[in-house]
Design a protein around this ligand. Structure first.
Ligand SMILES: NC(=O)C1=CN([C@@H]2O[C@H](COP(=O)(O)OP(=O)(O)OC[C@H]3O[C@@H](n4cnc5c(N)ncnc54)[C@H](O)[C@@H]3O)[C@@H](O)[C@H]2O)C=CC1
Ligand SMILES: O=C(O)CCC(=O)C(=O)O
Length: 445
């Protein structure tokens, strides 16, 4: 088959659980009209011309393997019953068990979880972890629930998805709105249901119940390592550089701290409560203390308030989007004044924005490489749990850095050879690995 050039790709008109699997060539669609799943499909179409004879199998990447929708009813603290919709999607398991986080957020939908699961397939393959891709989520605003209600929600959700998760089937982990506390409850619930302690069923657990040292900061650390590797390529020193971070949760705050520790200057930060800027530098450790007391960065006294839109216009060397999808679009990509964008979040940049950034010479280290540090240390956690033997934090960080640098270097080389963006290069590396595995398992073209 002659691979189609970008923009000529045809997609079948099919739906999957009501989610549109077909779309027009997306380069022509504005960010208002596309969701994460369509963004993912466009990214796959852009890589197809580079897949050689494996291109005939590319539809394999465009369809999730299985999607589970679950009803999650719980008693609220006032005795009433509330119903939440939960999901667990296995996008692809050609290279190993499904692996990926669980998101608690009011905007979670099936198509978003499908995209997040698909990005896990690409990410796990890009860094060469022996996993497929999966993701889960519940449409809920956890800030509106008490800890006891979140525990009931987590336990019920775990029981409901228990039919498709397991240490050798699908291993959940934290994502937005979840963390070690939820992972401990998930591990405990699954373990009770199977009648033995199954610590390898989830990663990102607290250390005391089989978690790994270094997991908490691993995603932010990986963002830093790959951003620094990209900077090295273009002769940009990290020390003294300016950093802007959107999202000050697990990923954003770790990235900000690690950049700060490397003597870069964090000049603007944001979270869901607001955004702040100080060109003289913001100490993320101080912001963390403020957030612990006040619940968000808004009002932080060491910086001036700016709007969320202005955050993206602050001059800097490194911009780290570490919140939600579709934050960098055709509307703001041309205003960005960064040299490197290191994607902590999944799917923060739309394809149209990618084109603008490319044209403007802004280097984008794509999510599937930049934020792979979390799942890499999750893999270490899973391996340690199986062996009941645990490494030191220094060992973990060293192994993490080696894997991340290696993955970045391989993607950089492909980008140079094929004259494509780092995102397309990462997809070439990853899609080739996934489709080769699929072919060897019995669908040889
Ligand atoms: N936790 C992990 O290990 C990994 C997370 N990711 C991705 O990183 C991103 C962030 O995840 P986490 O840090 O784990 O979540 P989190 O729940 O710990 O933190 C999310 C942060 O984003 C902020 N936020 C939410 N909406 C925002 C908005 N509209 N503008 C600015 N800030 C906003 C929140 O206030 C919070 O500070 C997500 O895209 C997630 O999928 C990617 C790889 C691994
Ligand atoms: O640690 C993991 O298994 C997955 C983390 C995650 O959800 C992600 O990388 O987006």
């Amino acid at each position: 088959m002659k691979p189609a050039a970008c923009g000529e790709c045809t997609r079948e008109a099919i739906t999957y659980f009501g989610v549109n699997m077909k779309s027009e060539p997306l380069s022509y669609l504005s960010s208002e009209n596309i969701g994460p799943w369509e963004i993912y499909l466009e990214q796959v179409d852009r890589v197809t011309p580079y897949l050689g004879k494996l291109a005939v199998l590319v539809d394999h990447l465009k369809r999730p393997k299985r999607c589970l929708i679950v009803d999650v009813p719980i008693h609220l603290d006032d005795g009433s019953v509330a119903y939440f919709e939960g999901y667990r999607v296995h996008h692809n398991t050609a290279r190993g068990p499904a692996k990926g986080g669980v998101r608690y957020h009011p905007d979670v939908t099936l198509s978003e979880v499908m995209a997040l699961a698909a990005w896990m397939t690409i990410k796990n393959a890009a860094v060469n972890l022996p996993y497929g891709g999966g993701k889960g989520g519940i449409r809920v605003d956890p800030r509106k629930l008490s800890p006891a209600e979140i525990e009931r929600l987590t336990r019920r959700y775990t029981s409901e998805i228990g039919i498709i998760i397991g240490p050798d089937k699908d291993i959940p982990a934290p994502d937005m709105g979840t963390g070690p506390r939820e992972m401990a409850w998930m591990m405990d619930t699954y373990s009770m249901n199977v009648g033995r302690t199954a610590s390898g069923v989830v990663t990102g657990k607290p250390i005391a119940v089989g978690g790994s040292l270094g997991r908490q900061d691993a995603t932010g650390r990986g963002v830093f390592v790959t951003a620094a590797a990209a900077a090295e390529k273009i002769g940009l020193p990290v020390e003294g550089s300016r950093v802007v971070v959107q999202g000050f949760g697990n990923v954003g705050n770790a990235a900000a701290r690690i950049f700060h520790d490397a003597k870069a200057k964090v000049v603007a930060l944001s979270d869901v409560t607001g955004a702040v800027r100080n060109d003289a530098g913001i100490d993320p450790y101080e912001v963390l203390k403020w957030v612990a007391v006040h619940g968000g960065v808004r009002g932080y006294p060491g910086a001036e308030a700016i709007s969320s839109a202005e955050l993206f216009e602050v001059p800097c060397e490194f911009l780290v989007p570490a919140a939600l999808e579709k934050q960098i679009t055709e509307h703001n990509a041309w205003k960005i004044q960064a040299k490197i964008i290191a994607e902590g979040a999944n799917g923060p940049t739309t394809p149209a924005a990618d084109d603008i950034l490319n044209e403007r010479g802004i280097l984008v280290v794509p999510d599937v490489v930049a934020n792979a540090g979390g799942v890499t240390v999750s893999y270490f956690e899973w391996v340690q749990d199986f062996n009941s033997y645990f490494w030191t934090e220094a060992e973990i960080n060293q192994k993490l850095e080696r894997i991340m640098r290696h993955a970045f270097e391989a993607v950089w080389q492909v980008a140079q050879d094929k004259k494509v963006s780092l995102r397309t290069a990462a997809y070439i590396v990853a899609a080739t690995r996934v489709l080769e595995a699929r072919a060897l398992r019995g669908l040889y073209p």
